[in-house]
Design a protein around this ligand. Structure first.
Ligand code: ARG
Length: 570
């Protein structure tokens, strides 16, 4: 739609003598096709022109001349609605997508700009939670989206590898630990120790002091404790890596919280100089009462550091290291208040760039009953959930198409695709329920449904059996579904931009579902008629194939932005 936006904005700007870019930013997509393809709201002109927006819309409509791009205009209340020339649109879109391929929708809006996206960030020695999965999937997708728009993206896994819990773990390991168990199933053993020490601490308050001392020793660099911590950390990282490999996710940096302990002194100095620190019941805090926020605990009475202090140090370090234009934290909604406190503190420390920091929060994920049955001990391991999803996908894929050359890789793509799509198919701030039946439903709003539509397109192209034509006549594409499809494809670049602006891949997943909806109706409706895609009329078949190929390109590209692979056969 971009070329039409530019064209219409230039026309309006010429008529009313205004800035083209300003007009362009006002153009909207009407809610239904009956209201045209683009709409210009006249409200903002009302004051300067001293007329009602409805009158302005009427007058403006009369002054706009039709041309080969604009077929019709209409004044509807305070809006001027534009109907673009259908022939022009179909031909432009198909030419452009055929020409640009997977680069369609790329832009240079991000050129020269750096965005940090922090995601995943699970905690060492604890199971990789389902919430961390959602963070991982959302963050990885945002990374793809921002890269598509030309940004330099730095992805960071802020591992939870420091904190008082390590004092507890070290104490528990020294007391009840078992090296064989640790090496066999590290997360399970560490988690058991973690649960045990919590229970014991409840019974015996003296233990709290003992575990605290172990953490203090760790912060002071005690050799034995550092060695244990390193071992826990290495084993956990290896376990997490398995999950990242299954998901096809990686990071530019995985410096966890521990990386910032030697940078905390500088932060505290700054806070002190600015008079931001306050002593309160033996602890040091930043008082944020003035801003109607709870205070931030910076240092505890025993002199050990805290999560927030390490986050302040991390933000300052990242600004210095990467000079980001934006920094995004993909973390669950439970930490919303925390991030407001954090950004406020950064601002008070004199960092104007605190305004460029965003908490991209997301809702809770509930595991379906059947998934809960993958428990080991009493914890659900994400790796088990993923493995079982792939097994289930394999069964479905084999039932559907017994002759696939490489069922393993298809099952993998479908299983993982199903999980990723389930995480991205609703607005990120909504809670979601994960269950196998729904996420693997080939006919439902699922990842496999989109992958299947993509594979169907690949199969149509294979059946065509020739090289796609460079010359085709789009004037032959007269079915209403063909226009709807082309028009939808033309919106892809706008959808990517919207997803980036709102940090929400949902716009893309939803868009892909719409494309599949239109395409599958089109395919089913005409499949046994003369109007089928592979028409017996060669010219028609060439043109329809061009459109089919563009649809394939967009599905493939969109899935990739979500982090999902697109098998050609399934
Ligand atoms: N490890 C934390 C948790 O599991 C999430 C870290 C979020 N990022 C941050 N910079 N605080 O709750």
């Amino acid at each position: 739609m971009k070329i039409y936006k530019n064209h219409i904005a230039a026309k309006i700007a010429g008529i009313i003598g205004d800035d083209k870019d300003r007009i362009k930013s006002l153009l909207e997509f009407p809610p239904s096709e009956a209201m045209g393809d683009l709409a210009f709201p006249c409200f903002t002109l009302s004051k300067g022109m001293r007329k009602s927006p409805n009158i302005i819309a009427g007058e403006l409509k009369d002054k706009i001349e039709k041309d080969d791009m604009i077929e019709r205009t209409e004044a509807a209340g305070p809006y001027v609605n534009f109907f673009v020339n259908k022939r022009h649109l179909i031909s432009t879109v198909i030419d452009q997508i055929s020409d640009e391929g997977y680069d369609y929708g790329k832009s240079d809006e991000g050129s020269g700009k750096t965005v940090i996206i922090e995601y995943s960030s699970p905690n060492i020695a604890k199971p990789f939670g389902i919430g961390h999965l959602r963070s991982t999937v959302i963050g990885a997708s945002l990374k793809n989206i921002y890269e598509h728009l030309g940004y330099n993206v730095v992805s960071i896994n802020h591992l939870g590898d420091w904190g008082t819990q390590f004092g507890k773990l070290i104490y528990a390991y020294k007391t009840w630990g078992d090296e064989t168990k640790l090496n066999d199933d590290p997360i399970k053993h560490l988690y058991e120790l973690y649960v045990q020490i919590h229970q014991e601490e409840e019974k015996d308050k003296e233990l709290v002091e003992l575990t605290r001392r172990e953490f203090k020793k760790l912060e002071e660099g005690n050799f034995e404790n550092i060695e244990l911590w390193r071992k826990f950390s290495d084993l956990s990282r290896k376990e997490f890596q398995k999950i990242y490999e299954m998901l096809g996710v990686d990071f530019d940096s995985d410096t966890g919280e521990s990386f910032y302990i030697d940078k905390i002194a500088g932060i505290e100095r700054n806070l002190k100089e600015r008079n931001l620190l306050k002593e309160s019941r033996d602890a040091t805090i930043i008082d944020l009462e003035k801003y109607e926020l709870p205070s931030i605990l910076i240092r505890k009475s025993d002199d050990t550091s805290l999560y927030a202090t390490r986050d302040l140090a991390a933000a300052v370090y990242r600004k210095k290291e990467y000079n980001f234009d934006k920094m995004v934290y993909v973390v669950g909604v439970a930490q919303s208040l925390y991030f407001r406190q954090l950004f406020k503190a950064l601002k008070l420390m004199g960092n104007v760039w605190a305004d460029d920091c965003y908490h991209v929060s997301f809702g809770w994920v509930k595991l379906g009953e059947e998934m809960m049955s993958t428990r080991r001990g009493n914890i659900v391991f994400l790796e088990d959930v993923l493995t079982r999803t792939i097994e289930k996908a394999r069964k479905i894929v084999e039932d559907n198409s017994p002759d696939l050359p490489d069922p393993d890789s298809v099952a993998n793509a479908v299983g993982i695709g199903a999980v990723i799509f389930a995480d991205l198919s609703c607005r990120r701030d909504t809670d979601i329920a994960f269950d196998w039946e729904r996420m693997l439903d080939f006919r439902g709003n699922s990842g496999p449904y989109i992958q299947y539509s993509h594979a169907r397109l690949c199969s149509v192209i294979r059946k065509y059996g020739k090289e796609l034509k460079k010359e085709y006549n789009t004037d032959l594409l007269l079915l209403p579904e063909e226009y709807s499809l082309a028009k939808m494809l033309s919106l892809y670049p706008d959808v990517i931009k919207k997803a980036a602006e709102e940090f929400d891949s949902f716009y893309i997943s939803n868009f892909l579902l719409e494309i599949c909806g239109i395409f599958n109706t089109y395919y089913q409706k005409y499949r046994s008629s003369d109007d089928r895609i592979l028409s017996s009329n060669n010219d028609l078949a060439d043109s329809r194939l061009a459109l089919a190929n563009c649809t394939r390109i967009i599905l493939h590209s969109g899935l990739k932005l979500l982090g999902i692979s697109a098998p050609e056969m399934m």
